[in-house]
Design a protein. Structure first.
Length: 231
């Protein structure tokens, strides 16, 4: 599974990292409210099978993170805290937390709880795949792998088509490179791998051949990834 852990205590984060009982699970750690906002308001939040959030962060509150995430997705979420009352824990559950774990806790228990929640998560019905999408005025036929405008056409590779499909599905939202790699290339992102950058560059050139304005639809999100913005 892919798990996001929002925890500002370096010792607690390192303990979770070192003692997590399933080596194949991938844990990503962030430590501030500000960092979490970047994930919440992008497609990246859909990448995770579960989220663990410390209520008390140096620059914000885990409850606010919970509220923001619940406006976006039903991803399983566990709150962890070193304090709180029965009423405050009940309030957190009412706001959409799936579980509430008090510190100190055993990592094995935390892993078991998030795994159970992920297994119970309602499976969303996949949307019917679109056959055609528009990048500005340019029509992209995802089945034929052709982009066309005013009688002119360019062909797309399979990888280019999948990138278009991912970016369009999450249009007007930031898509991290790790998210695009997982959904378009079906592998994990490696920071030294520039394959995606090359493909995006080629896509922009092909779009520009058809329509100058359409090339601006695929935007770079510096230090993060890309987004498709509707014109």
């Amino acid at each position: 599974m892919d798990i996001l852990v929002i925890e500002d205590d370096p010792l607690a984060a390192e303990t979770i990292r070192r003692t997590w009982p399933v080596p194949s699970d991938r844990l990503r750690f962030i430590s501030t409210y500000k960092q979490s906002v970047h994930f919440i308001h992008s497609s990246e939040i859909n990448y995770f099978d579960g989220i663990i959030v410390d209520i008390n962060l140096p620059d914000g509150n885990g409850i606010e993170i919970l509220r923001s995430i619940r406006r976006k997705t039903n991803v399983p979420l566990i709150l962890i805290s070193g304090g709180g009352t029965a009423d405050s824990r009940a309030d957190a559950i009412d706001l959409g937390a799936d579980d509430y774990v008090m510190k100190p806790f055993h990592t094995r228990e935390l892993q078991a709880r998030i795994t159970r929640l992920a297994a119970q998560r309602p499976k969303l019905r996949p949307e019917t795949r679109r056959e055609q999408v528009f990048l500005g005025p340019v029509c992209c036929d995802l089945q034929k792998r052709i982009m066309s405008y005013k009688g002119n056409e360019v062909t797309l590779t399979d990888a280019e088509t999948r990138i278009v499909e991912v970016l369009y599905a999450y249009r007007n939202r930031n898509c991290s490179k790790s998210f695009i790699y997982k959904n378009a290339f079906f592998r994990e992102y490696n920071s030294i791998d520039k394959t995606l950058d090359v493909y995006v560059s080629r896509l922009r050139k092909k779009l520009k051949l058809l329509s100058e304005e359409s090339a601006d639809c695929i935007q770079t999100v510096r230090g993060f990834g890309y987004r498709y913005s509707e014109l």
